[in-house]
Design a protein. Structure first.
Length: 242
């Protein structure tokens, strides 16, 4: 037991921020990606030399293809990027996780601002079931599967911008009515509502109702008495017809 304890301490420890553990899902990091980051981080800081894929296979039980996909997803979601470091005077490919910590810093800044701003009522927490329902609704209307980057964008609407699932559904409805099937268009809709201080589904629906009514009034045909029109160029106008 004493020998085991000595070996245990000599093997070193991997230090991980509690803030990351508490908020990793809010920045788009999945459970599998977090595990992968912990396994390769070890004593490194933000830049980690690319590990041997066979060792990761043994540790995780994942196939090479699954591991490559996880790394690719982190790069796609802008949680990591590929760079080079010098080891024994030789350039070696490495993963740079600076973008992940930059996202954590932005999240922390946002949380501090939220804490400083007096809110009449806390924003209701969105359940995983509600989040999944939003993903499925968008996939159904778009007619395709969402990419990991798109799912991250939608999660940021929920977690960082605090748009409710119902408001996101209304933005999706507007996009479908306009036959524009992309998240950028939905984002413009959400931002425009925010600029108009439309913060509840009721306010948004009332605004849409007023717009429809205004549009209808403009298109309503004239229903008054018939008005005669005189042709100015008519040479016989004003002459006595006897």
């Amino acid at each position: 037991m004493d020998q085991f304890a000595r070996d245990l301490f000599q093997s070193g420890e991997t230090v991980l921020s509690n803030f990351l553990l508490k908020n990793y899902r809010k920045i788009g990091l999945s459970n599998e990606e977090l595990l992968l980051y912990v396994l390769i981080k070890r004593h490194a800081t933000l830049v980690v030399p690319m590990p041997e894929i066979t060792k990761l296979q043994e540790l995780t039980g994942y196939s090479q293809q699954e591991l490559f996909e996880l790394f690719h997803q982190m790069i796609q979601k802008k949680l990591a990027k590929i760079t080079k470091v010098e080891i024994n005077h030789q350039p070696v490919d490495a993963y740079d996780f600076t973008p992940m910590y930059e996202k954590l810093a932005l999240l922390n800044e946002h949380q501090e601002k939220q804490a400083d701003t007096s809110q009449p009522a806390p924003t209701p927490a969105v359940t995983e079931q509600q989040r999944q329902s939003v993903f499925e609704s968008i996939e159904k209307e778009f007619g395709r599967t969402l990419s990991p980057l798109e799912m991250e964008s939608i999660s940021q609407w929920i977690d960082l911008d605090h748009y409710s699932p119902k408001i996101i559904e209304l933005a999706l409805k507007e996009a479908v009515l306009s036959q524009v099937y992309n998240l950028k268009y939905m984002d413009r809709i959400l931002r425009s509502w925010e600029q108009m201080h439309l913060t509840t589904p009721q306010q948004i629906e009332e605004n849409a109702r007023k717009r429809r009514m205004g549009h209808t009034e403009q298109e309503t045909p004239y229903k008054g008495p018939k008005i005669p029109f005189i042709k100015i160029s008519d040479p016989n106008r004003g002459k006595d017809k006897s």
